[in-house]
Design a protein around this ligand. Structure first.
Ligand SMILES: [Zn+2]
Length: 151
């Protein structure tokens, strides 16, 4: 089965319906197709709805778990750092991609500012401010452990 082709076909279908941009993804477990999506940023008015995010959300909902460690993901384009993060959070250990971040950049879909921020090359895109310690924030961990103990 050509899983990349499934992702490509879904991407074209969703681009035609103005759901999202030229990116698609498929989550696969063994030879079972779990989720095939395109990018949903436009339709959902959601900057986090990249194809990989949409595919992982759909796969997790379908399987009823946040653990996709027995799955792999096919992405029509090299995943951006946000998607790489979620891929890792979900436990997926293999990504197959075709177009590169440089290809996307050439077509106006650059994630280079994000990559530069994360590598420390350019920290000007985001101001991160550590505020002084607060009891209410600190209490959240305590509350979590209390709930866990009472289960
Ligand atoms: Zn992404």
């Amino acid at each position: 089965m050509d899983y990349m082709k499934l992702a490509v076909d879904k991407t074209i279908e969703w681009m035609n319906e103005n759901i999202g941009g030229p990116f698609g993804a498929a989550v696969v477990r063994g030879d079972e197709i779990i989720a095939v999506t395109g990018n949903r940023v436009i339709a959902d008015t959601d900057p986090s709805q990249h194809a990989e995010m949409a595919a992982i959300r759909e796969a997790c909902q379908r399987l009823g778990t946040t653990d996709l460690s027995d799955c792999v993901i096919y992405a029509t384009c090299e995943p951006c750092p946000m998607c790489v993060s979620v891929i890792i959070w979900s436990g997926i250990k293999e990504v197959y991609y075709c177009n590169t971040a440089e290809d996307a950049h050439k077509h106006g879909f650059s994630d280079l500012h994000l990559r530069d921020y994360l590598t420390g090359k350019d920290k000007s895109v985001l101001k991160m401010v550590k505020v002084p310690a607060r009891e209410d924030c600190d209490y959240l961990f305590e509350h979590f452990h209390r709930l866990k103990e009472n289960k």
